[in-house]
Design a protein around this ligand. Structure first.
Ligand code: UGA
Length: 433
């Protein structure tokens, strides 16, 4: 190893831990990834990647000699200069982030005598770094440094987001510790934002909150478009050209899901509430999203008169394209509501599974899903849905009704293909008048 290259331990082999480990290995560092799940570690040692993330398998394979996997925390930390914490922080029943996995790994850290830096990748409430600092100090580990180095990687593009980020955020108690974390990223071209620990923690939460706010905002604009005869796709294009607004995250649809936004919105809301502050905008963002996930139910009821005994095809189970992750997926909320209304639900997804959704029949092709269906709902914007021969499939349905929950298809083409077509925020073409 050259002087620039460091030894890094990554605690947690989930999406974030594996991407972090693989990317640091790609940058030339020696990385040990540790997880408590023996099966996961055994699979990784065999070269199998337990999650679906484009580019990750290739990266792990290419850097195999710089990557080791273990269940033993002592082995992971031995010789490490930096210890990344990348464990899950799921919501508790109150919405607060559950930090038990974070505390477990912090308490498991061996009593090292040398100077190492603990770097937090897990998304944690503001103030966590301060608490970790006290806990380490109380154990006589004042010489162990601490930094917050949040991740801004999205599932499906995580490797690219790590290697070509918009920015790298580092908040440290000691400047030298922040310098070390910055050096780990040598080779990545991106502005580095250095801050105090609390601000770095807040940057992560605020970035996600800003993105969610845009989604709920455009979804509300969509709902007003439906009521007033405007088309949200055109509206998003028209406002997106304004450089102060920008184009991204303005796709109206059936709401946001995933392992981050829903959890992080609750955590930030709760963090504010715990400090006595009522975060009004964020509360509205969450509420709008919950209503948006259910909006398709109203549309289907209007189109089909009733949902009882209707056969509904759901296209897409993943919370977004490019991943097999179904956590907080709008598809699951929709399926649950449809079943509760007495409908039959047939689902298709190229990679995600309907496991955990009892009562849903999953099929292998779009054609199978549509056969004899009373309506089809596009829930996830899988690119392959744009290539489906919709005209050929219309006659195979009992009634050719489409609700395009991601505004993917061209309304005129779909209507010409024989469908009653509705979408989100496209009143002018919804065929409901
Ligand atoms: C998100 C952020 O984009 C990442 O920057 C962040 O690091 C990550 O959370 C995290 O905190 O770990 P991710 O949840 O993987 O990443 O997915 P996104 O691509 O952000 O999509 C989230 C949800 O918003 C999806 O359900 C998607 O369909 C929805 N969405 C997104 C819209 O409804 N409209 C849009 O215009 C964009």
């Amino acid at each position: 190893m050259s002087e620039r290259e460091q030894r890094i331990a990554v605690l947690g082999a989930g999406y974030v831990g594996l991407v972090t480990g693989a990317c640091f290995a790609e940058l030339g560092h020696a990385v040990v990834v540790r997880d408590i799940l023996p099966d996961r570690i055994a699979a990784l040692r065999r070269g199998e990647v337990p999650i679906y993330e484009p580019g990750l398998e290739a990266l792990l394979g290419r850097n195999a000699e710089r990557l080791t996997f273990t269940t033993d925390v002592g082995e992971a930390i031995e010789g490490a200069d930096v210890v990344y914490v990348a464990v899950g922080t799921p919501p508790t029943y109150s919405g607060d982030a559950d930090l038990s996995a974070v505390w477990t790994v912090i308490d498991e850290l061996p009593d090292v005598e040398r100077h190492i830096v603990v770097a937090m990748k897990s998304t944690v409430p503001v103030g966590t770094g301060e608490k970790v600092r006290h806990r380490l100090d109380a154990r006589g580990l004042a010489h162990v440094g601490y930094a917050s180095n949040p991740e801004f990687t999205a599932e499906g593009t995580a490797v690219k987001d790590f290697m070509e980020p918009d920015r790298i955020v580092i908040g440290a108690f000691e400047e030298a510790d922040g310098d070390l974390i910055a050096r780990l990223h040598d080779g990545i071209e991106a502005p580095i934002v250095r801050s105090d620990v609390a601000s770095a923690e807040m940057i992560k939460l605020a970035a996600n909150a800003a993105l969610m706010t845009r989604i709920s905002f455009i979804n509300e604009i969509a709902n007003v478009c439906e009521a007033t005869g405007a088309d949200v796709v055109k509206v998003a294009e028209g406002i997106g050209h304004d450089r102060r607004i920008g184009k991204s995250f303005l796709q109206a649809g059936v709401g946001f899901g995933g392992s981050c936004f829903p959890k992080d919105s609750l955590a930030l809301k709760q963090l504010a509430a715990n400090s006595g502050y009522h975060f009004q905008v964020l509360n509205a963002v969450i509420e709008v999203n919950e209503l948006q996930k259910r909006r398709v139910i109203g549309k289907l009821t209007q189109l089909l008169d009733t949902l009882r005994d209707r056969r509904i095809a759901l296209l897409g189970l993943a919370f977004k394209p490019g991943t097999d992750d179904t956590r907080e997926s709008p598809a699951f909320v929709l399926a649950g509501r449809l079943l509760a209304e007495g409908a039959q639900v047939i689902a298709w997804d190229p990679v995600a599974s309907s496991d955990g959704l009892s009562g849903v029949v999953q099929v292998d092709s779009v054609a199978e899903a549509l056969r004899d269906a009373d309506a089809v709902v596009l829930v996830t914007a899988w690119p392959e849905l744009a290539d489906v021969d919709w005209a050929a499939l219309a006659p195979t349905m009992r009634t050719a009704v489409v609700v395009d929950g991601r505004n993917m298809l061209d309304p005129e083409t779909m209507r010409a293909a024989g469908y009653r077509y509705d979408a989100i925020g496209r009143a002018a073409t919804n065929g409901l008048d």
